[in-house]
Design a protein around this ligand. Structure first.
Ligand code: ZN
Length: 176
C-alpha cells in the first residue's frame, strides 16, 4: 500500500468561501461512507484478525463498524462535522452563527445515537478522524491494537484521537 495521505484538511479553519450549492454538497458528505480514514482503519482491523459488519442500518445512526459477537461498535467521526475538540474541529470564522448551530445539532444527534446504543447494551469506540489522517495521525495498526485491547477489556467506551501532543512538540523551524 502506498502512503498517499494528503495531510490535514484546511476546511475547518479556512474562511467559508462556499456557495450555498457547494456547501450543500459538502454537507451531504456528512453521511458519506467508505471515507479514507474509515478504509485505513478497516484495513488495520482486518489485519489484526478482527471481523465486523459495515453500516448496520438496523441500529441507531447506522454505525460504521459493528462487531455483533462482541457487542461492540466503532464510529469514525470527522473532526469538523462532529465538532471534535482539536485543531480540525474549529468552527469557521465566517458564518459563525450558522456553523455553530449546525455543529451543535450534529453533536446533539451524536449524543442521542450514543445513548440509544448504550441503552441497547452496545460498547462504543469513537475513533476521531485526526487519529487516522493529518499531522497528528497515528499508525493505523496502533489504533487497531488499541481497539483490540479495549475489546478484550471491560470499558464501555473508548475514544482515540490524534497524537496532538507529539505533533505540537515538533519544531516549527528545524535547526532554527
Ligand atoms: Zn480531531
Amino acid at each position: 500500500m502506498s502512503e498517499t495521505d494528503g495531510g490535514p484538511r484546511r476546511r475547518a479553519i479556512a474562511p467559508d468561501p462556499l456557495t450555498p450549492a457547494q456547501r450543500h454538497l459538502n454537507m451531504s458528505r456528512i453521511r458519506s461512507r467508505d471515507t479514507k480514514p474509515e478504509l485505513l482503519l478497516r484495513r488495520a482491523l482486518h489485519k489484526q484478525g478482527l471481523r465486523y459488519r459495515l453500516h448496520e442500518r438496523s441500529l441507531p445512526g447506522t454505525p460504521d463498524i459493528v462487531m455483533r459477537g462482541r457487542r461492540a461498535i466503532i464510529l469514525i467521526h470527522g473532526c469538523f462535522w462532529h465538532a471534535h475538540d482539536c485543531p480540525y474541529g474549529v468552527t469557521p470564522a465566517s458564518n459563525a452563527a450558522f456553523w455553530s448551530a449546525k455543529l451543535a445539532r450534529n453533536s446533539a444527534r451524536d449524543a442521542e445515537q450514543l445513548t440509544a446504543l448504550q441503552v441497547d447494551g452496545w460498547r462504543i469506540a469513537t475513533i476521531w478522524e485526526c487519529a487516522l489522517r493529518g499531522r497528528a495521525r497515528r499508525i493505523p495498526s496502533d489504533v487497531a491494537e488499541t481497539i483490540q485491547r479495549w475489546l478484550e477489556g471491560e470499558e464501555p467506551e473508548l475514544q482515540v484521537q490524534g497524537d496532538w501532543q507529539r505533533s505540537m512538540k515538533r519544531p516549527a523551524h528545524p535547526g532554527g
